[in-house]
Design a protein. Structure first.
Length: 92
């Protein structure tokens, strides 16, 4: 049986893990070139060059790609910045 402290820690971990379960998805468009998308992913999502390139190709060939997983508030900021660059993104 859990004591109150353990129950509180368990509730916090469940809440924290739930907050980390959101995805930022980049959608394909016919407007932006690969370099623009790659540089945006590096600058905003902190991707390294290889990761950004892989995401750009996945988006191009598959139509969309999960580009980041994290808390809603963290991803919402990135979503706004990517949208400000004209990229089509969604947050689930």
């Amino acid at each position: 049986m859990m004591n109150e402290e353990q129950k509180g820690e368990n509730d916090y971990l469940e809440s924290h893990n739930r907050d980390k379960g959101n995805y930022l998805i980049l959608h394909n468009d016919d407007v932006h070139d690969f370099e623009y998308v790659i540089n945006s992913l590096i600058g905003i999502c902190n991707h390294d060059k290889i990761q950004a390139e892989q995401c750009a190709y996945l988006v191009h060939y598959s139509g969309k790609c999960n580009i980041k997983k994290g808390s809603y508030s963290e991803l919402q900021e990135m979503k706004i910045e990517l949208e400000n660059r004209g990229l089509e993104v969604s947050l689930i």
